[in-house]
Design a protein around this ligand. Structure first.
Ligand SMILES: *Cc1c(COP(=O)(O)O)cnc(C)c1O
Length: 391
């Protein structure tokens, strides 16, 4: 069915899917859910995603940066809120005023916070982020005794309350990888050591989406789920199917249809040349809107990404441009203005984020998170926020 579209390309986000996914994740994990809405909710909108996740039963909201967390508060997202990226100049006092949990990723970082929190009437809420083997953010193992000692001292001095201790898995999408066992054991060692230092955090957490679904032993007191909240599979090929529903659909109007003769080259560099007569269509979105240029690589036409028009998959031909790309219509002539389903759930026959990821040699996370640019975003199935129901 074609859906005439005169406006620009559009991202449609189904908030009922996010609510339902939050409910499923909460039930499956059986522990509090930290709904991760960093990077503008993986391209779905941070505020709307946070609100829907909470309506679906999420207990906490998680962001990467302090600034993202402050923006959510300013937009009226209340309740437990955790962030884990902060530079030395981040506004820790504003975060504490807003009741946001900040994460210290090392002893030096904790000292920076100590300076920022000195003289406050109320203790700030601080979580300790540990590196148990990812070698990314987080306090390294050799530092843990000093970190826990300083954390306990600050707690006694009323500077902060250590509300959480946590870490992040490196190989969660590969459950058989030995790093998973090693990291979980290192985290257990850390918790025992923290306990010896007198720390009694409310929340000990380890899991992202893949761990939450695939490794029950590592759910601890909460799971931090991002990609699964948006209905995408955190570990393609592993047994993660609990009925998650993808929330994002991307539509664009078909702008033009034209004939190609054998030998006609398409787009910059003529990386695709028609070897027979065909028809092609123009889709007005490109890498400026987050459509990866890798979707159609020179010499890899057979693995090019596809879009769906009138229920038929149509491969991208030639390079994706900044504002547009060309698809092969194989001699058909869909009406100008026909709906091009650029991305959508498999239930709608669309190329999924996973299909795009495979065509581009990346992960579904990157596909949805980059989508945006000049596209508008429309929300379906919003439920009024508390106090907004107009009754
Ligand atoms: C992004 C992120 C998550 C969420 O990961 P998913 O794989 O999307 O569930 C959880 N924790 C931290 C620290 C993150 O940076």
């Amino acid at each position: 069915m074609s859906r005439p579209l005169l406006g620009p390309a559009e991202i449609v986000v189904d908030l009922a899917a996010i609510r339902g996914n939050a409910r499923l994740l909460r039930e499956t994990a059986g522990v509090p859910l930290v709904a991760v809405v960093k990077a503008d909710g993986y391209g779905h909108g941070a505020v709307e995603s946070a609100r829907a996740a909470k309506q679906g039963g999420a207990d906490w909201i998680g962001t990467a940066t302090v600034e993202e967390a402050l923006a959510l508060r300013a937009a009226g997202i209340d309740g437990p809120l955790l962030c884990w990226i902060a530079g030395p100049d981040s506004d820790f006092a504003a975060a504490a005023d807003a009741g946001i949990d900040v994460s210290a990723h090392g002893l030096g970082h904790l000292e920076t916070m100590a300076a920022a929190f000195a003289g406050r009437a109320e203790p700030a809420r601080v979580q300790l982020k540990l590196d148990t083997g990812m070698s990314r953010a987080g306090s390294p193992r050799a530092e843990w005794p000093a970190l826990f000692g300083r954390a306990a001292e600050g707690e006694r001095a009323g500077l902060w309350r250590i509300t959480g201790i946590w870490t992040h898995p490196a190989c969660a999408d590969d459950p058989a990888h030995p790093a998973n066992d090693r990291q979980e054991q290192a985290f257990r060692d850390a918790l025992a050591l923290a306990d010896e230092h007198g720390l009694r955090p409310e929340l000990r957490h380890f899991a992202n989406s893949a761990t939450a679904l695939l490794r029950p032993s590592a759910r601890f007191d909460a799971v931090r789920c991002g990609i699964a909240l948006y209905g995408l599979d955190p570990a393609p090929g592993e047994a993660t199917d609990v009925g998650l529903v993808p929330a994002m659909t991307v539509h664009a109007p078909l702008l033009m249809v034209k004939d190609l003769a054998p030998g006609d080259g398409v787009s910059y560099g003529h990386h695709w040349v028609a070897d027979h007569a065909t028809t092609v269509g123009l889709v007005p979105v490109g890498y400026g809107d987050g459509i990866p240029r890798h979707a159609s690589r020179p010499g890899a036409a057979d693995s090019a990404a596809t879009v769906s028009i009138d229920g038929k998959r149509r491969p991208i031909r030639g390079s994706v441009c900044m504002d547009q790309f060309v698809v092969d219509l194989g001699g058909d002539r869909p009406e100008v203005g026909s709906d091009v389903l650029v991305l959508g759930p498999s239930s709608a026959g669309g190329p999924t984020a996973q299909d795009w990821a495979e065509a581009c040699g990346t992960i579904n996370y990157e596909i949805v998170t980059r989508i945006g640019g000049r596209m508008s975003r429309t929300y379906l199935n919003a439920e009024p926020a508390d106090g907004e129901d107009g009754a």
